[in-house]
Design a protein around this ligand. Structure first.
Ligand SMILES: [Zn+2]
Length: 366
């Protein structure tokens, strides 16, 4: 699929998710890239079409790199790399669309494929990944007689079927040399095989390739360490509450509920005061941690929580999600969820928020 087409599909999916249509453009609270992250990473687990497409293309690359005898391989080989192999092939003269697409996913094979050494005839010492630590060898001693394109076979003694220890120690630093010598060699010296490092059986899978692509994208995005937040999301998705409550908890911890402060951030001008207490700006933190109405609600509930003043919203939610008291967790989540619904009724219907009624409703819901 062309990249443009992938983008169109993503944008259609995003419109559907946020409920936009031709007449009404809704606010997108999270970028599609963030939404499509795995659930434990705070996304909704949607697959990015572009990444998925690349993972699928990677499968063709994998077949070409591991050498099959398919018709596709014969055609590509005769046209684009008659004298070399797929991993060294160039784009060539007037490349076809299919060929360019496949080449665009070749880096995936380069990064996720590990050469298992047989006779060392296919593997380039300084250019391919064949060390157990998945790193390309960078060390090279000054007196090393091997060329840049030397093959691993140059390090193997074909008569004894052993590593050429002396040569290896003279070419590499001692750490690298030890690693090389620790790689077992078969007496039969079979041909080298490329194994996919992210699956136990060494076979390429679209699923693991997709995750490799997304992890890499994730690492290239700026942002603080996310371990604590990941833990919260993991706990939310397995919490013993209905999906609509989980969904609400997720939006709360992503700070994408349309509180007045969040709407203001999206460029909407409105009164920023909390609609419940009128004392402070209505941020997520204020509404769920500091607002008097929230405190009254919790006080009225069996949870009896007097909230410490300096608690962090994340820590507070996490402590309730991991308290090992199923009923406590359920009630806690349900109260927050009902509280947000009641807040909306105050804003949109002019209702009054009654903490005791709200707690009763939450209790009977649980
Ligand atoms: Zn308030």
């Amino acid at each position: 699929m062309p990249v443009g087409c992938c983008k169109d599909i993503n944008s259609m999916l995003a419109k559907f998710w946020w409920g936009s249509n031709e007449e009404k453009r809704k606010i997108y609270w999270l970028s599609w890239e963030r939404l499509s992250r795995a659930k434990n990473d705070g996304g909704m687990g949607f697959r990015g079409i572009e990444e998925f497409n690349k993972a699928l293309l990677g499968k063709h690359c994998w077949r070409l790199a591991t050498g099959g005898s398919s018709l596709l391989e014969k055609i590509f080989k005769s046209r684009y790399y008659p004298k070399s192999d797929f991993m060294c092939a160039n784009e060539g003269y007037q490349p076809s669309y299919a060929w360019r697409s496949i080449l665009s996913a070749r880096t995936l094979v380069e990064k996720g494929g590990l050469w298992r050494i047989g006779d060392g005839r296919k593997v380039r010492i300084w250019k391919d990944i064949w060390m157990p630590d998945m790193k390309i060898i960078s060390s090279r001693n000054n007196n090393c007689p091997l060329s840049d394109d030397a093959l691993v076979m140059d390090l193997i003694d074909v008569d004894t079927k052993q590593w050429k220890r002396d040569m290896i120690y003279s070419c590499f630093d001692s750490g690298t040399a030890k690693q090389i010598i620790s790689i077992p060699l078969s007496l039969r010296l079979p041909s080298d095989t490329l194994v996919w490092n992210w699956e136990k059986d060494g076979a390429y899978s679209v699923r693991s390739a997709y995750h490799v692509i997304c992890d890499e994208k994730e690492r290239s995005l700026p942002g603080p360490s996310v371990t604590r937040k990941n833990k919260v999301w993991k706990e939310i998705w397995k919490a013993p509450v209905p999906n609509k409550v989980k969904n609400f908890m997720w939006r709360l911890t992503k700070n994408i509920l349309p509180t007045r402060a969040n709407l203001h951030k999206k460029g909407i001008s409105l009164d920023l005061q909390c609609p419940l207490c009128h004392h402070e700006v209505e941020t997520t933190n204020h509404l769920f941690l500091h607002c008097d109405l929230m405190k009254l609600t919790l006080f009225a509930s069996h949870l009896g929580s007097h909230m410490p003043l300096q608690v962090d919203l994340f820590d507070w939610i996490l402590s309730w999600l991991t308290c090992h008291d199923t009923l406590g967790t359920q009630l806690f989540c349900t109260i927050l969820w009902k509280f947000w619904a009641a807040r909306n009724n105050v804003v949109f219907r002019g209702d009054k928020l009654e903490p005791v009624c709200l707690v009763d409703e939450a209790m009977s819901f649980v």
